[in-house]
Write a protein that binds this ligand. Structure first.
Ligand SMILES: *[C@@H]1O[C@H](CO)[C@@H](O)[C@H](O)[C@H]1NC(C)=O
Ligand SMILES: *[C@@H]1O[C@H](CO)[C@@H](O)[C@H](O)[C@H]1NC(C)=O
Ligand SMILES: *[C@@H]1O[C@H](CO)[C@@H](O)[C@H](O)[C@H]1NC(C)=O
Ligand SMILES: *[C@@H]1O[C@H](CO)[C@@H](O)[C@H](O)[C@H]1NC(C)=O
Ligand SMILES: *[C@@H]1O[C@H](CO)[C@@H](O)[C@H](O)[C@H]1NC(C)=O
Ligand SMILES: *[C@@H]1O[C@H](CO)[C@@H](O)[C@H](O)[C@H]1NC(C)=O
Length: 402
């Protein structure tokens, strides 16, 4: 027995040396501590093979306060922060939400909770060391808010070709690796607000990875969407939009996909797919499983461009216009492309969304045991035709006149 243990660890070290949690460089920081989690350093491998790049992230511990036992993990939940780049808040909120799950099997011993940190220039010295105008470590840093569209990193300057979407690909592959996580059943990539923008565009642009665990993308209250056609919804009295004539740049990435490889994002991740045209983007988007979550009290705007307003003047209108133009569907509830839409009585608040019955189902309990069960759509009455891809048969929805 005693002889097998060192051999086991040696094997792990050699196989997973390229992209791995705890294997990145230790980046000096003064980030907040989160009880039940640590600031961890994930080693990221670049497309050219360079592997000394580090993603800073918060990563949960098991209930004993120690690092997780990978072989006991059945689910990974990765939550992308919002515009404030505060992964500590998201890690805390995931930990609080999982504590509300009533199934005693669903705990931090069986679920890995990760909140990646997509840092920018403003995080210098607090999130990563910086001196004499230079970032001095291999910490991955992006420019401004460009991580919400998957732009390339700016630091370390030794390699600036890492989209944070490429990082998400590696996280999915890491958790899907059967040698590392033999009991993995489900991977959840969640984003709220700007994090939801990040995830929604990742669903459009990311390759459909051949994973053995299903991947579901939880999209909560984004201010804007990558729009999958060059037309925009007509303005109506109920749902006013800005006419495209008033916004010639309406389709420039990130609102649409015009100028994808040009200013201001200079994308290369997903560029060959974008070249194939919008139908290819839509087909890729539709091939994946989305769990949309809409807070019914969230009528905020937070548009950063006029293009966002051509899809609706607030987050609520933009959501309903988006799913009208690009319907959600659940062709097979046990399949891996069954979308759900939850209407949650909450404001623009990730913690409230995670804590809701709908949040707990999508983040933690749906398909926990690998039996492909999932909860019906939450939140009745519904608001418009087509907004109920997985209807709850116990709900009489005639009141909404659909
Ligand atoms: C990272 O690795 C690459 C080669 O893979 C090397 O050129 C570069 O100098 C390294 N950078 C640092 C800061 O270690
Ligand atoms: C928890 O897991 C055990 C053993 O795997 C199983 O027997 C039990 O039914 C599970 N509990 C629930 C609530 O599903
Ligand atoms: C498109 O990209 C080019 C090249 O980067 C840039 O000069 C131009 O301003 C961009 N156009 C728009 C409408 O954003
Ligand atoms: C840059 O990244 C893209 C994928 O995002 C890859 O296709 C390309 O080969 C990379 N270029 C270099 C020089 O590493
Ligand atoms: C979008 O429309 C809202 C509501 O009319 C307005 O307050 C906001 O300034 C507009 N956003 C941009 C970027 O023009
Ligand atoms: C979520 O639930 C946890 C645990 O019950 C609670 O501590 C926390 O305040 C709740 N957060 C929100 C935003 O409702």
């Amino acid at each position: 027995m005693h002889l097998t243990i060192p051999f086991f660890f040696a094997l792990y070290a050699s196989v997973f040396v390229s992209a791995q949690q705890y294997a990145g460089d230790v980046i000096k920081n003064s980030l907040p501590t989160v009880a039940g989690a640590e600031v961890a350093f994930f080693k990221i491998k670049a497309p050219n093979g360079q592997s000394n790049l580090t993603l800073i992230n918060y990563y949960s511990h098991g209930r004993n306060g120690k690092r997780i036992v990978e072989s006991n993990i059945q689910r990974a939940v990765i939550a992308v922060h919002g515009l404030n780049r505060d992964p500590w808040t998201y890690e805390t909120e995931l930990l609080q939400a999982i504590s509300r799950v009533t199934d005693p099997n669903i705990t931090t011993d069986s679920v890995a909770l990760m909140a990646p940190y997509f840092t920018n220039e403003n995080d210098k010295n607090r999130g990563f060391p910086f001196s004499n105008g230079q970032s001095t470590t291999n910490a991955l840093v992006w420019s401004d808010d460009q991580w919400l569209g998957g732009a390339n990193n700016i630091y370390p300057t030794s390699y600036t070709n890492i989209s944070n979407y490429y990082v998400l690909d590696q996280l999915v592959q890491y958790f899907d690796n059967p040698a590392m996580f033999p009991n993995m059943k489900q991977i959840v990539i969640a984003g709220h607000s700007a994090g939801a923008q990040t995830v929604q565009r990742y669903v459009i642009l990311g390759p459909k990875l051949a994973t053995r665990s299903p991947v579901v993308y939880w999209i909560g209250n984004p201010a804007s969407y990558g729009w999958l056609s060059t037309t925009r919804p007509a303005s109506t009295a109920d749902r006013p939009t800005l006419p495209i004539a008033s916004c010639p740049t309406y389709d420039v990435y990130t609102d649409g996909f015009t100028n994808f490889t040009g200013a201001p994002y200079f994308m290369n991740y997903g560029a060959s797919l974008v070249e194939q045209g919008r139908p290819a983007l839509l087909a890729n988007y539709n091939s994946k499983q989305k769990a949309y979550a809409r807070a019914t009290h969230d009528l905020g705007d937070e548009s950063m461009t006029c293009g966002t307003n051509t899809t609706g003047l607030n987050r609520n209108t933009r959501f309903f216009n988006f799913i009208k133009a690009f319907p959600a569907s659940c062709p097979d509830p046990a399949g891996t492309a069954c979308d759900t839409i939850d209407l949650v009585s909450a404001s623009h608040n990730a913690g409230q969304m995670f804590n809701s019955s709908a949040g707990l189902a999508r983040l933690f309990t749906d398909n926990f045991y690998g039996g492909h069960n999932r909860a019906f759509d939450y939140g009745y009455p519904r608001e418009q035709a087509g907004d109920d891809p997985y209807p709850d048969p116990s709900q009489d929805d005639s009141s909404s006149g659909l």
